[in-house]
Design a protein around this ligand. Structure first.
Ligand code: UD1
Length: 335
């Protein structure tokens, strides 16, 4: 069984990916400092999988810890999720974001070279496109100046990977540009666990429906979209997890010093108001919301062109927006 190191494996996307890896015969080795996740996720994962997992609590930029992991497991590759991701916080504490998000990647690449670990799947984001002129966005849509230090770290990390591959560092890399991950494992045992007030739409919707938040504010209804609210491409986290598996298997077929990038979205755009309405309809609950002012820095509309990932990785999403809203609510109810 191939061992794959999953940094940030106790987090939202990492934990779902761990499930999919085990289902496909891989052995995930999780490293997570639990700065934005909870140790209980490991128990939940073990419940879903019916087996123990290897977990190391710590920072994936801690080289001593990485050496300890490498001496215990023969690593076939790394899926690097661990990163800070709060857009607002990144504008207040840019150095924290640059240090953590760039620093961990640099340490991991050094570690990979020294141990001849070839394969890396990197978590990037559609944020690298900014507000695109033409929609949907393909992988060759030009990247824009980032709107936030967070977004800039994703862009710079992609550049670092390209340069490292060009230098014949011996690695094979895929960057996955995620659109908006939503939903949860259908079992309701794992899902997104925001600490404090959620910044993202769907956790705010579920917490409002659950009565934890009094009211959801829709940030603007005067945009140039059918109902005036922003458009995003909401991708179920199980489909997103599956894309990592496909990306990893794809890397195995490539020559050394390989780099590629894929959009991971559904290919459909939905407005914020459609998300709320779909959530209410599928779950038969109402969400108390009001229209508020626009949120600074928000992109008006973005959704993915998914031709490349469908053709090359043979990946296609199997969950609808309805499924996502049902699973997000199911997860909220178990909390
Ligand atoms: C942003 C980043 C994305 C990042 C993600 C992680 C950009 C363009 N996107 O996604 O790269 O991975 O954060 O946190 O930088 N909304 C409301 N009310 C709310 C919350 C959100 O109306 O209470 C609206 C937003 O205005 C937006 C949509 O819902 O139009 C989605 O917002 P959010 O979930 O925060 O994701 P993004 O901003 O798309």
């Amino acid at each position: 069984m191939k061992n794959i190191l999953i940094t940030g494996g106790a987090g939202y996307i990492g934990s779902h990916t761990a499930v999919q890896l085990v289902k496909s015969g891989y052995n995930p080795i999780i490293v997570d400092d639990l700065s934005n996740s909870d140790e209980k996720v490991l128990d939940r994962l073990e419940e879903i999988l019916g087996r123990k997992l290897s977990f190391y609590k710590g920072d994936c930029s801690d080289r001593v810890l990485l050496e300890k992991i490498a001496s215990a497991h023969d690593l076939a590759g790394i899926i690097h999720f661990a990163a800070f991701k709060a857009v607002g916080e990144s504008t207040e504490h840019p150095l924290k974001y640059y240090k953590n998000n760039l620093g961990s990647l640099l340490v991991l690449l050094d570690f990979m070279r020294d141990h001849q670990i070839k394969d890396l799947v990197f978590s990037s984001s559609c944020t690298v496109y900014g507000q695109p002129e033409i929609l949907p966005v393909t992988e060759s849509t030009p990247r824009k100046d980032a709107e936030s230090p967070y977004g800039n770290t994703k862009k710079i990390c992609e550049d670092i990977l390209v340069d490292f591959v060009k230098s014949k560092g011996g690695v094979r890399v895929v960057s996955l540009r995620y659109f908006n991950p939503v939903g949860a494992h259908p079992s309701g045992k794992i899902g997104e666990l925001p600490i404090g007030t959620p910044a993202n739409l769907v956790p705010f919707v579920t917490q409002t429906a659950a009565g934890i938040r009094e009211k959801l504010t829709v940030f603007g209804n005067d945009y140039d979209t059918p109902d005036g609210s922003c458009i995003r491409d909401f991708i179920h986290v199980m489909d997103l997890a599956d894309a990592h598996l496909r990306a990893f298997e794809y890397l195995g077929k490539q020559d050394n010093n390989f780099y590629d990038v894929f959009n991971v979205g559904t290919g459909n755009g939905n407005t914020v108001l459609e998300v709320i309405t779909t959530f209410e309809k599928v779950n038969n609950v109402s969400v108390n919301y009001e229209i508020g002012p626009r949120r600074p820095g928000d992109v008006v509309k973005i959704w993915a062109d998914t031709d490349k990932i469908k053709t090359v990785l043979k990946w296609t999403p199997s969950y609808s927006l309805e499924d996502s809203m049902r699973d997000s609510w199911n997860w909220q109810k178990t909390l």
